[in-house]
Design a binder for this molecule. Structure first.
Ligand code: LLP
Length: 418
C-alpha cells in the first residue's frame, strides 16, 4: 500500500493510514504537507534497477523538495544530488551525500558558490557559458585546485510543456548554444591544470510525458561526447538532465524508469555506452508522493457560482497561480463526485485560485491537494504574513518525522527587526 490511495470507505490515505488519522497523530494544524517516504523510496529503487549495473549517477534535483528526511531517503537508495545554490550544496553535504555524488547546476553561480563547490571537490560543476568556464578557471587558480566541469549544451530542442518550464530552446538563458560548443571545449583545453572537462550535459525543461524529446536531446549530447572523446582523455560522463513529467490527473506520463531505459538505448546507439550515465530527475521522484492537506474555512455563494474557501493558498502552493497548473483538490473523507466547487485560498490575489473541482454536493471539512510533493513546499512563501506550512513524513502508515510550521510569531519577530 504505497502512496496516495482511497480506503474501502473512500477516505484519502497515504499508505495504510487516513490523512485525518495522520494529521491527528502529528497534532498539527493545516495547511500541512504529507509525504509518503515508502513510495519515494520505491520510485528511487525502480530507477536504480532500470539504470542497471553499468556506471551511473541519478542526481536528484533537490530544488523539487529539499526536506532532510527526503534527501536521506534518496541518498540511502543510492542517489546523488543535483544542487543549484550554495544553500543546496551545504544541505546536500550535511544530509550525507558525498562530494563525488553532487553536481552543481545553475546559470548564474556566484564566486562564493563556485569556491564552495571547488573547495568541496564535487563531482562536477555544470557550466553554462564560455564566460563561466573562464570564471571557474580563475576561482580554481585562486584556490590552488583543479575543478571538474561539465558543459551544459543548449540543443535548441522544444518540448510540449509550459513555456515557463521549457529551457532547451534557443531563446532560453540556459546552456551553451550548440554552435559555441567547440569554443567552450577549447577554453577548457587551454587550462588543463585548472579544469578537467569530465562531462557534457543537457536539460531541456520540465514535464516531458514521453521520452522522445528527452531522447532527441540525449542524442545531441551523445554525439558531442563521441566526437569529444577523440581529442579528450578526461571525458567521463554524459548527463541527460531531468524533466520527466508526472500525471497530474490530465494525461498519463511514462514512468521515470522508462526514461532511464531510453537513455541507455541512446548511449548504445551512439557508441558511448561505456561512459557514465547521469540523470537529474526531480519532480518524478517526489511529485506524486506528497499532498497538501487544507481545512475548509467556509463556503461562499455568488451569482456566478459557489466557492470553497481553504486555509491553504498560493503562498503554500504557487504552481496553479504561477503556471496555471492543475492540482486535483479532493475531499479527504469521501471520493470526489458530482458537485463542482471553485476552490480558492485566503490570499488577497485573484490568482489565489486552485480551479474548479468535483467535490460533491456537501462542502467537506478537510481537503487534499494532490501531487504536491515537488515544487510545492520549496516554492512556498510567507506572503500575507502566512507562515510556512508544516511537513509530515509518513512511512508504513506512521508519522516518522514532523517539521513544524514556524508559526506567525516567528514572522512578526523577524519583520520587527527588519
Ligand atoms: N536539472 C536542471 C538543471 C534543472 O533546472 C531542473 C529543474 C531539473 C534538473 C529537474 O527537473 P524535473 O525532473 O524536476 O522536471 N517550478 C517548476 C519546475 C521548474 C524546474 C526547474 N528545473 C514547476 O513547478 O513545474
Amino acid at each position: 500500500m504505497l502512496g496516495f490511495r482511497r480506503n474501502a470507505q473512500g477516505a484519502a490515505c497515504l499508505g495504510r493510514s487516513t490523512v485525518r488519522e495522520l494529521l491527528a497523530s502529528a497534532g498539527t494544524s493545516t495547511p500541512a504537507y504529507l509525504y509518503d517516504l515508502d513510495a519515494i523510496r520505491k520510485t528511487a529503487e525502480d530507477l536504480e534497477t532500470a539504470l542497471g549495473p553499468e556506471p551511473h549517477l541519478a542526481a536528484y534535483a533537490m530544488k523539487a523538495n529539499s526536506a532532510g528526511t527526503i534527501l536521506r531517503t534518496l541518498r540511502a537508495a543510492g542517489l546523488g544530488a543535483d544542487v543549484v545554490s550554495g544553500g543546496e550544496l551545504a544541505l546536500a553535504l550535511a544530509s550525507g551525500f558525498s562530494a563525488d555524488q553532487i553536481l552543481m547546476s545553475g546559470v548564474a553561480k556566484s564566486d562564493a558558490e563556485l569556491d564552495q563547490a571547488i573547495g568541496a571537490g564535487i563531482f562536477a560543476i555544470q557550466v553554462e557559458s564560455v564566460e563561466e568556464i573562464e570564471r571557474v578557471a580563475a576561482r580554481a587558480r585562486a584556490l590552488g585546485r583543479r575543478a571538474r566541469v561539465s558543459i551544459r549544451v543548449n540543443p535548441d530542442v522544444a518540448i510540449d510543456s509550459h513555456e515557463k518550464i521549457s529551457t532547451g530552446h534557443k531563446y532560453a538563458k540556459f546552456g551553451v548554444p550548440l554552435a559555441d560548443m567547440p569554443r567552450a571545449f577549447a577554453s577548457i583545453d587551454r587550462e588543463p591544470e585548472l579544469l578537467a572537462g569530465v562531462g557534457i550535459s543537457v536539460h531541456i525543461g520540465s514535464m516531458m510525458t514521453k521520452p522522445e524529446p528527452y531522447q532527441r536531446a540525449a542524442r545531441c549530447v551523445a554525439e558531442l561526447a563521441r566526437a569529444r572523446r577523440e581529442s579528450s582523455t578526461t571525458l567521463e560522463y554524459v548527463d541527460f538532465g531531468g524533466g520527466i513529467g508526472i500525471d497530474y490527473g490530465g494525461a498519463p506520463a511514462e514512468p521515470l524508469a522508462a526514461f532511464a531505459r531510453a537513455a541507455r538505448q541512446v548511449m548504445r546507439e551512439l557508441g558511448v555506452a561505456d561512459l557514465k550515465l547521469v540523470m537529474e530527475p526531480g519532480r518524478s521522484l517526489v511529485g506524486p508522493h506528497g499532498i497538501l492537506a487544507a481545512n475548509v474555512i467556509g463556503t461562499k455563494q455568488t451569482a456566478t457560482g459557489r466557492f470553497l474557501l481553504l486555509d491553504a493558498g498560493m503562498n503554500d502552493l504557487v504552481r496553479p497561480a504561477m503556471y496555471g497548473a492543475n492540482h486535483r483538490v479532493e475531499p479527504a473523507d469521501w471520493e470526489p463526485g458530482p458537485g463542482d466547487w471553485r476552490v480558492v485560498g485566503p490570499v488577497c490575489e485573484s490568482s489565489d485560485d486552485f480551479g474548479t473541482h468535483a467535490i460533491g454536493e456537501r462542502a467537506p471539512e478537510l481537503v487534499v491537494i494532490r501531487d504536491a510533493g515537488a515544487y510545492a513546499f520549496t516554492m512556498a512563501s510567507e506572503y500575507n504574513a502566512r507562515p510556512l506550512p508544516a511537513e509530515l513524513f509518513v512511512s508504513d502508515g506512521q508519522i516518522v518525522s514532523v517539521s513544524a510550521s514556524p508559526g506567525v510569531t516567528s514572522w512578526v519577530e523577524r519583520r520587527l527587526k527588519a
